[in-house]
Design a protein around this ligand. Structure first.
Ligand code: SAM
Length: 286
């Protein structure tokens, strides 16, 4: 394998970004970053006022080994302008670290990588486990959880189904909640343990299948995708003592299907949030 990395930047119309991102990964990119083409900062959940129009273009950045460059160029539509840059080792470290800058998960919680953590931040090492805080679904799920934790009767225990890096369970543990997280990926669970240690927090992370988790929890949170939520819903609801936060639901049609299933199971909708096309809901037992 050739040494070093080449960075490719391409600006495309927003509607074409998803397909191009998929193509870059197919062509062997080791990672992908997406930013508004006009350089503006992403809108946050608490930004007030009408939603600004989405950027017309997106800037995609991807990384390849130098010997992949010719094949990548040949595999992309010829009308795209490809901007290549060979990275030195220092550039590479800076580029990979810059893609994990501190990020506000809510008005009160900043999540940051260990090398750039301001005081008071929840430290999450970017790794295999999903959940560095940069995804809208994590932010929506956390906001719905945080509101309860800061309310008059915060839940004492929480189950995080699909814990990934442990971000939601650990953020809840900082509020004194006894948090448990499960994930089908053993690597994610191992990382969640390390993240707990990094923050001096205690939380229980295991690969126990949802159907085998004993007891009920006043709060269950599941940031999964809609199809998986629908499949797991009976087992999720069986573990709900009071409330269920669901996130990771993309688009109105999927949201309607999940809503219908929750209502049919006797849950009552308490709160809903949306960011871009992502939907999140908080349900409670009737
Ligand atoms: C979208 S990530 C959410 C990570 C983190 N909770 C967050 O909010 O950022 C979904 C996680 O669910 C896990 N997962 C997928 N199917 C699962 C299942 N049946 N039971 C438990 N975890 C599952 C995946 O491995 C992944 O880590």
């Amino acid at each position: 394998m050739s040494e070093g990395w080449d960075e490719l930047s391409v600006e495309v119309a927003r509607e074409e970004a998803e397909a191009l991102g998929a193509r870059l990964l197919e062509l062997g990119s080791s990672g992908l970053m997406e930013a508004p083409g006009d350089g503006r900062a992403p809108r946050q959940l608490w930004d007030e006022g009408p939603e600004p129009p989405p950027p017309a273009t997106l800037l995609l950045t991807a990384w390849f080994r130098p010997d992949q460059r010719a094949r990548v160029a040949a595999g992309l539509p010829t009308e795209l302008t490809l901007r290549w840059r060979a990275l030195t080792d220092t550039d590479w470290l800076a580029a990979s670290q810059a893609s994990f800058a501190p990020i506000a998960l809510s008005e009160r919680l900043v999540v940051a990588p260990p090398w750039d953590a301001p005081p008071g931040a929840l430290v999450i090492e970017p790794g295999q486990g999903f959940g560095t805080g940069d995804h809208p679904t994590t932010r929506l799920a956390w906001q719905l959880v945080e509101e309860l934790l800061e309310g008059a009767a915060p839940p004492a225990r929480l189950l995080d189904v699909g814990c990934g890096s442990g971000i939601l369970a650990l953020a809840a543990a900082r509020h004194g909640v006894a948090a448990a997280g499960i994930d089908v990926e053993a690597e994610a669970v191992a990382e969640a343990h390390l993240n707990a240690e990094r923050n001096g927090l205690v939380a229980e992370f295991t690969t126990t299948p949802l159907a085998e988790v004993p007891g009920r929890f006043p709060l269950v949170v599941a940031n999964l995708h809609a199809e998986l939520i629908l499949r797991l819903l009976p087992d999720l609801i069986a573990r709900v003592g009071e409330r269920l936060v669901l996130a990771g639901i993309l688009g109105a049609e999927r949201a309607a299907r999940v809503d219908e299933a929750c209502r049919a199971a006797g849950l009552v909708l308490e709160r809903e949030l949306r960011a871009e096309e992502w939907r999140a809901r908080r349900w409670r037992r009737a």
